[in-house]
Design a protein around this ligand. Sequence first.
Ligand code: GDP
Length: 389
Amino acid sequence: MNLTMRYILIVLGVIITLHYILTLTHSSYSEATSLSSLTSHFRGGSSSADEDKSAYDTRPLLNLDPDVYNNGTLVHDPRANATFVVLARNTDVDGMVRSVREMEDRFNRHWRYPYVFLNDVEWEEEVKERLRVLTTAKMEFGVIPKSDWVQPDWIDEEKATTGRNKLVEEGVIYGGSVSYRNMCRFNSGFFFRHPLVQKYRWYWRLDSDVHFHCDINFDPFLYMEEKEKVYAFTITMYEFEKTIPTLWEETMKFAKLHPEYIAEDNAMGFVSENGGSTYNLCHFWSNFEIADMDFWRSEAYMDYFDYLDKKGGFYYERWGDAPVHSLAAALFLPKWKIQFFDEIGYEHNPYTHCPQKEETWRKGRCSCSRQRSFDYDGYSCMSKWDRIQ
Ligand code: GDP
């Protein structure tokens, strides 16, 4: 090999080596750059490519780690003294998970209002874990004191059994159930006094297996506080008369004893066709409620609840918390303090309220059918509500 040939080979070797080195440098540079842009987008930037690489290797690509995410501007501090209240059993866990998941997706991921879960027995650890994983909002789990739940001793058990058997014979839903009656009495007169709930003023009742069909782009608690509303509903319907044969009569007796509790401009026209002689059975469907607990804690409502409780109708008949809450709201509040939230698409099997206004339905990206909304179904009381507006 002559000198020229040897020279050419050396130059070629140098070129190949240089090219190899350059290619290596470039590929690790571009990898570092793309990692850096990815991670800085999700984590607020980083100082070295090595750090970025380890972050990329160990973290999910879309870093929606709740703490990182919630420190962003998307989350508002809750500004109302409010909580969700969920009364349920351990066996309702799948339905509770579905309800909380939807509540978070449609509303609470922006607000992080806390939850209180109440049960008549201890909560199982697995239930708590399955609920806690859904959100970083505060969750508290409470047990209801026996005295607020079970049938009181002063109830005449023979009379209660006769009442239950009668409703079973008549085919009334939950007619024979004592636990359903405990639940209705607890929701009527005790949940707002539970130690975990006591510290809050506002609550949103959340039952298991319900659906929220629209984005809730506002804070209903703050809306109510600002507008001085007290009770809000989405669905109203007729009650089964067989479950409350004496409720109206007792309510009217109470009203006569306490005329001072009856509000001027109340919603009597919603619940009666004849100025109060008879009850038309209209009530707000209480599995959805947003309300001011100061109202339930007021002298008027506490006296009303105690009066009804002493009559024993929660056990001798099957008085529901829905008509009890509704009659109190209709009589003790001026009607303008009761709020119908058209914009909250809500479903509790078998009924759905879907926003009636098209613009509201679009803005809320609602998953319900406006045509199939319960509002003007023959069994709905919405037309009675409309007539007093
Ligand atoms: P409905 O809506 O009138 O059919 O009544 P549900 O049976 O759905 O009860 C209403 C809510 O109370 C649901 O969230 C139930 O999980 C809860 N609930 C009903 N009965 C009991 C009970 O015996 N114990 C507990 N802890 N929760 C109950």
